[in-house]
Design a protein around this ligand. Structure first.
Ligand SMILES: [Zn+2]
Ligand SMILES: [Zn+2]
Ligand SMILES: [Zn+2]
Length: 255
């Protein structure tokens, strides 16, 4: 299985608009972070996109993504859904609807946010994305040959989904992992976990909190994502314990 980080930044991205801080002005490409998303190529060849960020067009062009067999949604916050309209291009390539997977609340919110795409009375050929919605709950499911285990996590007042694929798990946007979900995270080669910044935040782990959770989960490697401009890549990475690091845009993993 291969995993490609399409974006590792928080909702504003890094650099942030109109910010002159050292990280936003950094020449290190690892300090350049688009909005958070990964692209997973399963062992059976199934290509899965996790979330459709406002940067999806740029992400797909940068990495020459030509195929999306399904989109998994973690939740419906703007930094995770607002690139949905870009899926039209994959409709054109396959002449098929793009399958979207998410929990009921997420898909309901997507139907509201993108009402034009679900308007049955709209004239045909209106250039709207053609989407096939699949509601998931906490049970494992399959896309093509790939088994996916939903991993519910706390994100402030919301319960949203992380996903486990084999020995890899992706938990973006969280500030707590319930015990029942911890039980789904044993024997991981790679864990991806939210770590926004050092200062506390009501809906995201700080770096210190993420390190603590990562140690309990005990994956062979843990990579942090959803990173804001407070964290320079090189400086922050140097202070993290062995086996824990910051992910960066364009990083590829082979599992
Ligand atoms: Zn900045
Ligand atoms: Zn969020
Ligand atoms: Zn987010």
């Amino acid at each position: 299985m291969n995993v490609l980080f399409l974006g590792t930044g928080t909702s504003h991205g890094v650099p942030m608009i109109a910010c002159d801080c050292a990280v936003c002005r950094s020449a290190d490409p690892r300090d350049n972070r688009l909005r958070p998303s990964i692209y997973v190529e399963g062992d059976e060849g199934t290509r899965i996109l996790v979330d459709t960020t406002p940067d999806l067009r740029q992400q797909a062009l940068r990495h020459d993504i030509r195929r999306v067999d399904a989109v998994l949604y973690t939740h419906a916050h703007a930094d995770h859904v607002l690139g949905l309209d870009e899926l039209r291009r994959f409709n054109h390539l396959t002449r098929q609807p793009v399958p979207l997977y998410g929990d009921r609340g997420t898909l309901d919110q997507i139907r509201k946010t993108f009402a034009y795409a679900f308007d049955k009375d709209a004239p045909a050929g209106g250039g709207v994305p053609d989407l096939a919605m699949h509601t998931i709950d906490a049970r494992p499911f399959r896309i093509g040959g790939q088994e996916i285990i939903p991993v519910p996590v706390r994100h402030g007042q919301w319960s949203i989904l992380g996903f486990r694929f084999g020995r890899f798990a992706y938990l973006t946007d969280c500030n707590a992992v319930p015990d029942a979900s911890m039980a789904l995270l044993h024997d991981l080669d790679v864990l991806v976990l939210d770590a926004l910044r050092h200062r506390p935040h009501p809906t995201h782990f700080t770096v210190a909190q993420a390190v603590e959770v990562a140690k309990v989960i005990g994956a062979r490697q843990t990579l942090f994502t959803h990173i804001c401009h407070d964290l320079g890549h090189a400086e922050t990475s140097a202070k993290l314990p062995p086996g824990i690091g910051l992910a960066y845009d364009g990083q590829r993993l082979t599992l």
